[in-house]
Structures are given as C-alpha cells and as structure tokens.
Design a binder for this molecule. Structure first.
Ligand SMILES: Nc1ncnc2c1ncn2[C@@H]1O[C@H](COP(=O)(O)OP(=O)(O)OP(=O)(O)O)[C@@H](O)[C@H]1O
Ligand SMILES: [Mg+2]
Length: 257
C-alpha cells in the first residue's frame, strides 16, 4: 500500500497577539494513493489548515507529514499537488484559457505536451469546450469552479486538494459536478481530498469519510465507504446503506462541535 499522505502526531498553529494558537493537535492520518477522501467537520476545526499544510502553504509546528512519499515542499516543487479553493479565485482580466494556464505563467508548470493543446483538453475534460475565450464574468459560478478545477489539473497532479469547491452552487449543479468529479477521479486514478460541509456530498463522493473535531482539530470518526459502493465506486443517494452512513456521519458531527 502506498500512501499519498501520512501525518503523524501533526501539530499546526498560527501565531496570534497572545502567542501561538494550536489549531490541529496530534493528528494521525494516512491516506492511501488513489483514494477519494471526504473530510467533514465543524467550521473552524482546521480543515483548510490541514490542506494548507499538505500543499506546503503552511509549516506544521510539530509531528511529521509526508506527501506522495516525501516532504510537502518536494511534492509542491514536483507539481504533485493541485489545489481548488472554496472561491474559484480566477483573475477577472484573463480569459478562461489564460486562467487555466496561470500556473505556467507563474513558472510552476510541468508540461508534457504543447500548452494550448493541454489547456483545451482540460477545458473539454471539465465540460467547458468552446468557452476558452470568455472572461470569468461571462461564466456561471459552476463554470468558474470548473475553470479552477481545470487549472488545478494542469500540472498533472497526483493529489488533488479541494476545499469546499461546490459550496456556493445550487443543488442540481452541485450534483452534476459531483458526478463529473467522480468520473474524472475514476479516469485519472488520482488521489482526491475533498473538504465539504455537506454530509450527503461527503458520503456520495468519498470512498472514505473522516470527521474532524474542533479545539484542537483531530480525527473523531473514520468510515470506509467502499462496502456501500459498487465495483465502479458508485452509489445511489437514496440507497438505505447510503442514508444510514449519512446518519452515522451526522451523529459524529454532532459530537465534533
Ligand atoms: N491565518 C490565520 N491566523 C490565525 N488564525 C487562523 C488563520 N487561519 C485560520 N485560523 C484559525 O484556525 C482555525 C481553523 O481554521 P480553518 O480555516 O482551518 O477552519 P476550517 O475547518 O477550514 O473552517 P471552515 O469550515 O469555516 O472553512 C480557526 O479557529 C481560525 O480562526
Ligand atoms: Mg475552511
């Protein structure tokens, strides 16, 4: 079994006026390569903070973490990690295609093919073919989120971190993007770590769901969902086993607050 993420006794904090504040304490978490992991937890428990550590945007203050078999810094320099933030964070003065290519312009890209081909291929992958010349204000919220996903995939990451990427979307669009994301995950075999406040979304997408508790952030529930998914890693939202898993996660979240 190879691990995409291995955290041991991880402590993460921020400095405040009153000194350092520990947000995550003693977090142990192993994520197998190729897994789709959902993370649930109350607001402020440290979900985004954990993703920042994995993406090497924040240094832990204690414990250890390895990402794709090495230091987070190494994974970052190899472009092994893609990040989709909660708000699409597109640059309004750039076209869709130029937004997707942003990491290249920032000198972070690792390209296996011609840039233009690759960008258009990614836009097609997320269902935005033909919209490359538009500007962000000419897109719907769901389309902007897809641009952000295409951009995160540009460096061909083996680990994709998604921080509430569909939180601002209507339920129908969200359901559709959930299915597109699952298809993409199946096709590429990459590891996905997906933070959400939606229990239904976490259970529908995840092969595994963990629940983090607050003050300090730590894992209080860890559920393998593969037994309730079919051989294609699919499930139906209304299946009794899926509904039961959702109820279980709701209880865990009740304990986490
Ligand atoms: N840059 C920062 N400086 C100081 N404290 C911070 C900083 N960023 C986050 N925090 C604090 O760390 C804690 C965890 O924040 P984090 O953003 O990881 O929570 P979260 O689980 O992602 O919450 P949400 O579900 O609301 O997005 C919070 O108490 C927050 O106030
Ligand atoms: Mg957050």
């Amino acid at each position: 079994m190879s691990l995409a993420i291995a955290a041991q006794g991880l402590d993460v904090g921020y400095s405040s006026l009153r000194g350092p504040v520990k947000v995550i304490a003693g977090l142990d978490l192993e994520v197998e390569t190729g897994t789709f992991l959902s993370i649930l937890g109350p607001s402020g428990c440290g979900k985004s903070t954990f993703l920042r550590v994995v993406a090497d945007l924040l240094r832990p203050i204690g414990g250890s973490i390895s990402v794709m078999g090495g230091e987070p810094r190494l994974a970052r320099s190899r472009r092994d990690v893609g990040f989709v933030f909660q708000d699409a964070t597109l640059l309004p003065w750039r076209t869709v295609r130029a937004n997707v290519g942003l990491p290249l312009d920032l000198g972070q890209g690792r390209l296996s093919r011609r840039i233009d081909d690759r960008r258009d291929e990614l836009l097609a992958l997320v269902g935005l073919e033909g919209l490359g010349d538009r500007y962000p204000h000419q897109l719907s919220g769901g389309q902007r989120q897809r641009v952000a996903i295409a951009r995160a995939l540009l460096g061909e990451p083996s680990l994709l971190l998604m921080d509430e990427p569909f939180g601002a979307l209507d339920e129908i669009t969200r359901d559709r993007l959930n299915d597109e994301l699952l298809n993409l995950w199946r096709r590429t075999g990459i590891t996905v770590v997906f933070v959400t406040h939606s229990i239904a979304e976490a259970v529908y997408l995840g092969q595994r769901v963990i629940v983090l508790a607050a003050n300090p952030g730590r894992v209080i529930a860890d559920r393998d969902l593969r037994p309730i998914k079919d051989e294609d890693a699919r499930c139906r939202r209304e299946d009794a086993a899926v509904v039961a898993a959702m109820a279980e996660m709701r209880q865990a979240l009740g304990r986490a607050a």
